[in-house]
Design a protein around this ligand. Structure first.
Ligand code: AMP
Length: 608
């Protein structure tokens, strides 16, 4: 980021006041580089992406020049590939001009010719699409005899949209004694030849170094078969949960189809294409800008030049046919220091572009596989847990941490076999916000009020508010869980991991983590071919050893004799089965109910 200020660029006082008024504090890099060169009258070829502030880069010196010597008639022309860009450029120029004598008009197809003719009479600058500008020139309703500056904006895009012929014809109307500027995100050969034809010893400015793709963009891609692509898209959306996004398609038909499909799946989505009346297009764009529309589905042509800042995601429903277009598309996210993500579905036909992007453009594409429903569900559950932990922590923000006693209690809680039930109870209280801690607890569960009663109550608790002790304990439950398992601080609530169950049994909750736990009856070594399973039911669950044995055999679909040994302990049991059956037993029994309780089964730790 440039440290220059606009005041360092030798601008007039009215311009500085205007820039301050519209909130431009510092020039962007393209502005810092281009403004002095343009002001000095140089022809310039600038490689920069959309969203970098390139309009003001030429707009500021242009307005400065025209304001210094206002004359009637059109003195500047900006050619743009789409009507949206033409309109956007014209609006930006009018914002930059504080003088009624310097005005811009946008000229594009699909709008009233007569209105444009009337507006041209009062304008000094025309921002237009090549076709409509040519129309006016041929009708004589637009005259370029006083032309001082021509800007070819998004020149590569104008060529790739097939405007080469119109562009040439328009240029034939422009006097040669002028300043010419060319802005383009990519500089392929045909752009270079334009520069040679229309420019005088142009200065070349590239604000893109080795990597043309925006730095703050992560690029993910999913290889898909191409069949059922819309369904794959929905799976990816469910998994990645993108925010406001543009979904690019290669054809109009696809944009309609994808928007309709997304809508049917309950998403806010609209397609944008040239067939829509201007009013509808503007309404859709306004919804995209104010972020009330989540997915704007568009072809490149429809989306070009639309100024939508801070899109969190750009999604390629299909990869474009040229890598340059990929760069354009993905340049719409990761703007102005924000992080962005580009997601692409890549089918077999698009592999060529994919290699090109990787090799030539050095885009760091990360492969991901289309998630299964189970992976999506897991991800959603993780997000809910993260949100809950955030919520718990936020209620404690700014409050002093409670002392060592609370931490020791939390550690003891986590050591208990019923730690999950305790956390459940705490969360219940947390959700109830202010429910009395002495609320009756289900039989067989520890009285939460009892656990919490001894936790010091902060003096800062608001009367009637949620008891701060609950949040405090819940917070520490999360912290201690992570510390206890040697996990990084961030990964918190994942109760019920097998490593915690391994070596504790009949003893009451141990006093502190550092204290060695009472030894449990050692497990005998098993002969080859046998496996030991850990089952979450034990004697305290009021289940007899026989009932446990027959119950497990029933659930597993095995004969009782296949359970070679059932070692019932206080809080859990060990069951020995032939190794061949071990995995099947786990799959059949884990999560089922026995004796009125849901049970968990897995390989005992030493087997795992
Ligand atoms: P552009 O690349 O011209 O489409 O500009 C992208 C966006 O950046 C537009 O919304 C401009 O209004 C905004 N912008 C341009 N220059 C500046 C600046 N110096 N400071 C803040 N915003 C700017």
């Amino acid at each position: 980021m440039s440290l220059l200020r606009f005041a360092d660029l030798d601008l007039s006082a009215p311009m500085l006041a205007t820039l301050e008024g519209i909130g431009y504090v510092q020039p962007t890099p393209v502005q810092a580089t281009a403004i002095p060169l343009i002001a000095a009258g140089r022809d310039l070829m600038v490689q920069s992406q959309t969203g970098t502030g390139k309009t003001a880069a030429f707009g500021i010196p242009l307005i400065e020049r025209l304001s210094a010597e206002p004359t009637r008639g059109i003195q500047a022309l900006i050619l743009a590939p789409t009507r949206e860009l033409a309109k956007q450029v014209s609006d930006e120029l009018n914002r930059l001009s504080s003088s009624p004598a310097v005005q811009s008009v946008a000229i594009y197809g699909g709008a009233s010719m007569d209105k444009q003719i009337a507006e041209i009479k009062f304008a000094n600058i025309v921002a237009g699409t090549p076709g409509r500008v040519l129309d006016h020139l041929r009708r004589g309703t637009l005259k370029f005899s006083g032309m001082r500056m021509v800007v070819l904006d998004e020149a590569d895009e104008m060529l790739s949209l097939g405007f080469a012929r119109e562009l040439e014809q328009v240029m034939s109307f422009v006097p040669t004694d002028r300043q010419t500027l060319l802005f383009s995100a990519t500089i392929p050969e045909d752009i270079k030849s334009y520069a040679q034809r229309y420019m005088r010893q142009p200065e070349f400015v590239s604000l893109i170094e080795q990597n043309v793709a925006a730095d703050d963009v992560e690029h993910h891609y999913y290889m898909v078969s191409g069949v059922g692509r819309s369904k794959d898209l929905v799976q990816v959306i469910e998994y990645e949960e993108p925010g406001n996004s543009i979904v690019f398609t290669n054809t109009r038909a696809d944009s309609e189809m994808v928007a309709t499909f997304l809508k049917r799946q309950g998403y806010q989505a609209e397609f944008l294409n040239g067939d829509l009346p201007q009013r509808d297009r503007e309404a859709i764009m306004a919804r995209t800008k104010d972020k009330s529309l989540r997915f704007l589905v568009a072809t490149d042509i429809a989306a070009r030049g639309i100024d939508i800042s801070q899109l969190s995601h750009v999604i390629n429903f299909t990869l474009p046919e040229s890598p340059e277009v990929y760069i354009h598309r993905t340049g719409r996210t990761g703007r102005a220091g924000h992080k962005g993500t580009a997601i692409s579905l890549i089918g077999p036909r698009e592999i060529g572009v994919y290699y090109y992007l990787k090799r030539i453009y050095k885009v760091a594409l990360q492969e991901r596989s289309v998630p299964t429903q189970a992976e999506i569900d897991l991800r959603k559950a993780e997000r809910r847990t993260d949100a809950l932990v955030q919520e718990i922590f936020s209620t404690r923000a700014g409050q002093p941490l409670a002392g060592a006693e609370v931490r020791a209690q939390a550690v003891r809680l986590m050591e208990r076999d019923d730690a999950i039930e305790v956390v459940e109870a705490l969360l219940g209280h947390f959700r109830d916000r202010g429910a009395p801690t002495s609320a009756p607890t289900p039989p067989g569960r520890p009285a939460a009020g009892g656990v919490l009663a001894s936790v010091p109550v902060s003096e800062t608790v608001a009367p009637g508010g949620r008891p701060v002790t609950l949040a405090g304990v819940a917070e520490r439950v999360a912290i201690v869980q992570s510390e206890f398992r040697g996990l990084p601080g961030g990964s918190t609530t994942q109760p019920n991991r097998p490593d915690r169950r391994r070596d504790r049994d009949e003893a009451p909750a141990p006093p502190a983590p550092a204290t060695p736990r009472p030894a449990e009856t050692p497990l005998r070594a098993l002969p080859p071919g046998q496996s030991r399973l850990w089952v979450s039911l034990g004697a305290r669950d009021d289940i007899e050893a026989d009932a446990l044995r027959t119950g497990l055999a029933d659930l597993a679909g095995l004969d009782v004799e296949d359970l070679l040994e059932v070692d019932r302990r206080l809080r859990h049991s060990y069951v020995v089965v032939p190794s061949d059956y071990a995995q099947d037993v786990i799959e059949a029994v884990d999560g089922e109910r026995l004796g009125g309780k849901r049970i968990r089964v897995e390989l005992a730790k030493e087997e795992a």
